[in-house]
Design a protein around this ligand. Structure first.
Ligand SMILES: [Fe+2]
Ligand SMILES: [Fe+2]
Length: 444
């Protein structure tokens, strides 16, 4: 889908572009004025599927004229109360959205138009969405095809739409042959998300999940969500999936997860870095909260959600493992300029995405935005010193380091080594208290 966004304010426009790209994976054309928009439509003649106009960009006559000239293109006008009455005389397939509900209103309108066939959702012949084999098989059969990848860019249809197959057949072709991932097309994502959500609710209802079992599930669901965000965006359905998975994790962790037990359980954690590290950070942050006597259901909820989403906008596994701007500088040549920019911005972008979820506790986006800050001010994106870093963010930052150390050290794990490696960095305010709470684990 190609969208023309006409909005004066640069900062607001950038926010909107990110929102649209991450929600629908669409191509954005930007203009600041009506005549720029006209030129863009005529000169480049791109196939614009949707126009979004934010605010009044001219007088009544100019706005009316623009709406008439573009009446064949579905349009969304985001206008305040005073302007809304004037828009009654304009023409076209347009919908007026209240500026206070800009994001929700836009999503509602676009989803309805996709449903009614006025707009097309993203389509592709190539299967693009990679899902862990076992997770995908747990929701099959899907209405569409399921593919297996032979090599870069070459896919073979494993199951056709409507195929009837037994679970044992699928396992024979996939899990038993060590096929780690299967692929589906973008348009199947909605069905996949719905079915996976149902499966997770069954897991919740059964209520007999071990911490190890929930971590494995969390990791697979995290990988799937990561893929879904990159391909179809952080849609309402994907957000629901995240919430259900967070409930599953919290249920498995129980009321008082023990940090030392959690660390012992996860010394051999496998999987892709971003998902394994996000899962472990969630769990260890909850254990650390108990250790500090900060544990409560709302706190576990915030930490589990922050762990799940804090790196969700990153796609490069190696880049996601970088811990400081200094390390980024040293390894910069391995990455493209765009990847480096994405990395520097990922705390803000991931926080922005989280803020769009309904019923999310307000601190979660702060934790995510601050997860790369350092008490001496050398972190990013804010370069905040310790007194400006929130207590729960401080806890999360230490848990984040501890998770990486646990994943790296494996059998040679020694809390003493970890404490020595971070004691200089984390010596101010809440950080000191958090490290002191880890001292009691020295016997571990
Ligand atoms: Fe991270
Ligand atoms: Fe990060």
């Amino acid at each position: 889908m190609e969208v023309l966004l006409i909005q004066k304010d640069q900062q607001e426009r950038e926010r909107f572009v990110f929102f649209m790209e991450s929600t629908y994976g669409c191509v954005l054309h930007e203009a600041t004025q009506l005549d720029h928009a006209h030129e863009l439509i005529q000169r480049e003649n791109p196939k614009i599927d949707l126009i979004i106009v934010v605010g009044a960009l001219g007088n009544d006559d100019e706005m009316k004229k623009f709406s008439m000239e573009t009446s064949s293109i579905p349009s969304i006008y985001i206008l305040d109360d005073a302007l809304r009455d004037r828009a009654a005389g304009w023409e076209g397939t347009f919908l007026v959205v209240d500026p206070d509900q800009q994001m929700e209103g836009t999503v509602g309108a676009i989803d309805d138009w996709i449903e009614q066939g006025i707009l097309e959702g993203s389509k592709s012949e190539q299967p693009q969405v990679r899902i862990r084999t076992r997770l995908l098989l747990s929701v099959c059969p899907l209405k569409g095809d399921v593919f297996i990848r032979l090599n870069e860019g070459k896919f073979v249809k494993l199951f056709k739409q409507g195929d009837v197959f037994e679970q044992s057949d699928m396992e024979k072709y996939t899990i038993n042959k060590g096929v780690e991932y299967l692929y589906i097309q973008r348009e199947q994502c909605k069905e996949f998300v719905a079915k996976l959500g149902e499966e997770l609710k069954k897991v919740l209802a059964a209520g007999r999940l071990t911490v190890e079992g929930s971590a494995k599930l969390n990791e697979s669901v995290h990988e799937a969500v990561h893929e879904l965000v990159a391909n179809i965006g952080f849609t309402r359905e994907v957000q629901e999936l995240v919430k259900t998975q967070v409930e599953v994790s919290m249920r498995a962790l129980g009321k008082e997860p023990s940090l030392s037990d959690l660390m012992k359980k996860f010394l051999s954690m496998e999987g892709q870095y971003i998902s394994a590290h996000s899962t472990l950070t969630s769990y260890l942050a909850c254990g650390l909260a108990v250790q500090l006597q900060w544990g409560s259901a709302p706190t576990f909820h915030k930490l589990t959600l922050a762990g799940f989403l804090h790196d969700i906008t990153l796609n490069n596994q190696e880049l996601a493992g970088i811990r400081s701007l200094k390390e980024l500088e040293e390894k910069k040549s391995k990455f493209t300029a765009e990847e480096v920019k994405d990395f520097r911005e990922h705390p803000i972008k991931s926080a922005e995405m989280t803020r769009r979820m309904a019923e999310v506790p307000p601190d979660v986006d702060t934790i995510i935005r601050q997860h790369h800050e350092r008490p001496d001010g050398s972190g990013f994106p804010g370069g905040l010193e310790h007194k400006y870093i929130a207590p729960l963010s401080s806890l999360f930052i230490v848990a984040h380091d501890l998770a990486d150390y646990t994943l790296e050290a494996r059998d040679s794990f020694n809390i003493e080594v970890f404490l020595q490696s971070v004691s200089e960095t984390y010596k101010a305010s809440y950080f000191r208290k958090i490290l002191a709470s880890l001292e009691t684990l020295r016997k571990f």
